[in-house]
Design a protein around this ligand. Structure first.
Ligand code: SF4
Ligand code: SF4
Length: 608
């Protein structure tokens, strides 16, 4: 038989794309003399990812100047920073947005809205010079400056800022930003260079391998366990009445787990085209249906898919988002069941949809330290009626609840029993709708634009209304993925995981901490297009801009057109809310949270 032909290609490797191609042997050798690398045990690293390789390929050296903003509170990022020389200050208080060159949201009145409408430019994408560049306003020693090959934002009068806002100084050997990098959560502080400093940026992949060094891993874990884990656990409604002493045991035994790739958006274009079964099979398995429960999983960030075996494949039954549980029903049933009844295994499999970051509480700890302090009406329905049979185990609950209410912080979110029931997953009546939402990763959308195609007459009033309030520039096109009568329009969904925000060099794309709206701040957008390339839904457009007379702005050095990133900003500041919704004459368009199924289900129920 003729031998099948083969095509030799170079096998792709983990480090095909170094974080910084200019890192040299000399840089690596120098870093090896600095803490913490000088104390690391080289033999702890696998052959495929040696310590020198991590320093060479997963790291980048930055020289920062006094006053430079290194990370901003609320930013998303995939990297941590290690101070090598010099010092930086982490602000424990929030800086006003204007200090960072961002425009604070201001609710305007109808008169101003009308004035803006009447004064809108006849030319597309026109801007005043102040909107083009913050440096055009006045030369406050240039807020955005070129440092080496990058553009950086500077604060003015840092001494006054350091005096006014509480802060801590970090020096050589100290790390910051690692929690946000590894667990995909917003940065909790703005960090500014105090002196000229050398920083090592370490991307999350490298950070994870560095944990092979026991001492480094312990430092990272202790920091997280002592500072953040108690905060994250206390945010979970089901755990809110757990007394301190029991909580301490929960904190000690909870494992931190991550599945899939943080850069799920890079794979998304490929995987969304796969048939559902293949897509499910390609997702990392967290726990398998039929397995005896060993731990309760709480989603900390990312998304999980609940599925059951169906013929030769799998069927999705629900998806889980931040704060939701896997295994609660089975574990509580097993804990409260009469002895005459057999215990049950996990009824579903849990898979990571792209990326899933989770907390895992061992079954014994959850049963002993958490379950006795959960209110009966917060337990899954199937378990609720069994609880009465275990009154002994629960007799102190009322007392504990009263005691904890006294000590509960005023800011803690109050949730209803329904919230806890929903914490077990978001599901739609129709499996195909559920598959559609998960397959397209629309479950990431906190404020998706959905059109009912049975009512939409294609009049485009929504698009025109958007253009009217955005100076003649519509911020979406009426197109997008369709399922049955629903269309999810290509407009920014103000996502739960706004991957577009990762990598913006100036912090121009930012999320409002109160409203969750993701907006672009024109005057500090340098038009690099990083956000547009990162948005998996193609909801950011890069546009060339003009002045009010229609003359194109160009770069004074290269002569190339100046571009800005644009997208839906939810009509930030408009008294009526999003103009698209208000303008639709047929009640066909809605902005809806797809990270839960209830809003869409309820909306659909009201349709004819
Ligand atoms: S731009 Fe894209 S990724 Fe960013 S919030 Fe909007 S839809 Fe989500
Ligand atoms: S194009 Fe996007 S990533 Fe680049 S500066 Fe503007 S907002 Fe930031």
């Amino acid at each position: 038989m003729e031998k099948a032909q083969t095509i030799p290609v170079q096998r792709p490797s983990r480090w095909d794309k170094p974080l910084d191609a200019s890192m040299s042997d000399a840089d690596v050798a120098w870093l090896r003399t600095r803490a913490p690398f000088n104390g690391m045990d080289r033999s702890a690293f696998p052959k495929a990812t040696p310590l020198d390789g991590i320093l060479r390929y997963d790291c980048r050296l930055h020289r920062v100047e006094p006053g430079e903003v290194i990370v901003r509170e609320g930013d998303y990022g995939n990297s941590a920073f290690l101070v090598i020389t010099g010092s930086v200050r982490a602000l424990l208080d929030s800086l006003p947005e204007s200090q960072l060159g961002r425009e604070a949201t201001r609710v305007i009145d109808w008169l101003e809205a009308l004035r803006r409408y009447l004064g809108r430019s006849p030319f597309r994408e026109s801007r005043s010079s102040e909107q083009v560049s913050i440096n055009a306003t006045n030369d406050r020693s240039k807020l955005i400056r070129d440092i080496d090959d990058r553009q950086a934002v500077f604060l003015q009068d840092t001494d006054a800022i350091f005096n006014r806002y509480e802060n801590v100084s970090l020096g050589p050997g100290e790390l910051f930003g690692e929690v946000a990098a590894m667990y995909r959560s917003p940065r909790t502080a703005t960090v500014i260079a105090e002196t000229e400093a050398a920083l090592l940026e370490i991307r999350w992949q490298g950070l994870r391998v560095l944990r092979r060094d026991r001492k480094f891993a312990d430092t990272l874990e202790n920091h997280y366990r002592n500072h953040w884990l108690p905060v994250h656990l206390r945010e979970i409604p089901l755990l809110r009445f757990v007394p301190e002493e029991n909580m301490a045991r929960v904190i000690e035994s909870t494992q931190l787990r991550s599945y899939g790739r943080l850069e799920w958006n890079a794979d998304y274009k490929k995987t969304r085209k796969l048939p559902p079964n293949e897509q499910i099979a390609s997702e990392p398995l967290v726990l398998d249906q039929g397995q005896f429960p060993t731990e309760l999983i709480i989603v900390r960030s990312g998304f999980g898919r609940l599925c059951v075996r169906h013929g030769a494949g799998h069927q999705t039954t629900a998806y889980l988002g931040k704060g939701q549980f896997f295994g609660l029903e089975e574990i509580s049933y097993n804990a409260f069941r009469p002895e005459s009844m057999p215990s049950i295994p996990y009824q579903h499999s849990l898979r990571a949809v792209g990326f899933l970051d989770a907390l895992a509480i061992p079954v014994e700890v959850f049963a002993a330290d958490v379950l006795p302090h959960v209110r009966k009406n917060e337990l899954p329905e199937v378990v609720g009626h069994l609880v009465g049979t275990k009154t002994d185990a629960l007799k102190d609950r009322r007392l504990n609840r009263t005691e904890n209410r006294r000590t509960q912080p005023a800011t803690q979110k109050q949730t209803s029993p329904q919230d806890s029931q929903e914490s077990m997953g978001s599901s739609f009546e129709s499996t195909s709708l559920l598959e559609f939402v998960v397959q397209n990763r629309f479950n990431n959308g906190r404020d998706a634009m959905v059109i009912d195609l049975h009512r939409c007459t294609r009049c485009d009033d929504c698009v025109r209304a958007c253009a009217d309030v955005h100076d003649n520039n519509p911020r979406f096109v009426r197109q997008g993925a369709v399922h049955d009568r629903l269309q999810v329009v290509q407009a920014c969904m103000h996502c739960n995981d706004p991957v577009c925000m990762i990598g913006c060099p100036t912090g121009a794309i930012a999320r409002d901490m109160n409203t969750g709206v993701v907006s672009i701040h024109d005057s500090i957008c340098v038009g690099c297009g990083v956000c547009s390339a990162a948005c998996p839904y193609q909801n950011i457009a890069m546009v060339e801009i003009n002045d009010k007379k229609g003359r194109a702005y160009v770069d004074e050095q290269s002569g190339r057109p100046i571009k800005k990133a644009t997208k839906c900003d939810q009509c930030r500041g408009l008294p009526s809310g999003p103009a698209c919704v208000a303008a639709c004459p047929h009640d066909a368009l809605v902005r809806i949270d797809l990270s839960e199924s209830k809003p869409l289900t309820q909306w659909l129920e009201g349709r004819s």
